[in-house]
Design a protein around this ligand. Structure first.
Ligand SMILES: [Zn+2]
Length: 192
């Protein structure tokens, strides 16, 4: 979600436009099994951040396109979305591994390459696939807020999420209230 939302299509803002921004993004999103500070070992990125270059940036931006397409299309076109996810996982050479730590067991998809973008694609697409498998494709969506194309994953109990953030939800409820008030004001002279 964070990867998808580095792009704000309506405002035309892009927080993933430079290699420095890519480094910052990855610094804030280190995956499980990661070594100490400054390292990007483990998901989502195997290479040291200092070695990332414009090719990595272009590849990660392409992954973001796929992730956005998945989040935007899952509810309306689940079959097409599944094909996108499967194709993305295949191209990033995702494989499943079984992990164990302190009596806890879990499975994790990892990429069999040294490309940063492939690790990011594996981590994000496998996570979205898990949400769809567990809760259905309609749990992925685009914010209903005006002038916002932010995306969200709805993990709420009843699956009623419509907005990317509480800010957008609040803005929409204020706008709806104002619109109702205006409507009442216009009607008042005629009816009374
Ligand atoms: Zn929003």
């Amino acid at each position: 979600m964070d990867l998808a939302n580095t792009l704000k299509p309506v405002k035309g803002e892009d927080a993933l436009a430079t290699v420095a921004q890519l480094r910052d993004f990855l610094a804030g999103h280190r995956g499980p099994g990661t070594a100490g500070p400054g390292s990007t070992a483990g998901a989502p990125c195997p290479a040291p951040r200092s070695r990332l270059d414009s090719t990595d940036l272009a590849e990660v931006r392409a992954v973001r396109e796929t992730v956005r397409a998945v989040l935007e299309g899952a509810a309306s076109d689940p079959a097409g979305t599944a094909a996108l996810i499967n194709d993305g996982l295949r191209r990033s050479r995702a494989t499943l591994v079984l992990r164990n730590e302190h009596d806890r067991w879990w499975t994790e998809a990892v990429s069999d390459t040294d490309r940063c973008a492939a690790h990011l694609a594996t981590a994000t697409l496998s996570a979205l696939a898990s949400v769809i498998a567990a809760r259905g494709p309609s749990r992925l969506g685009v914010c209903a807020g005006q002038a916002c194309r932010g995306t969200f994953v709805d993990l709420s109990r009843n699956g009623s999420k419509q907005f990317c953030t509480s800010t957008c939800a609040h803005r929409a409820s204020v706008a709806a209230y104002r619109s109702r008030s205006r409507h009442r004001e216009r009607r008042a002279p005629e009816s009374g």
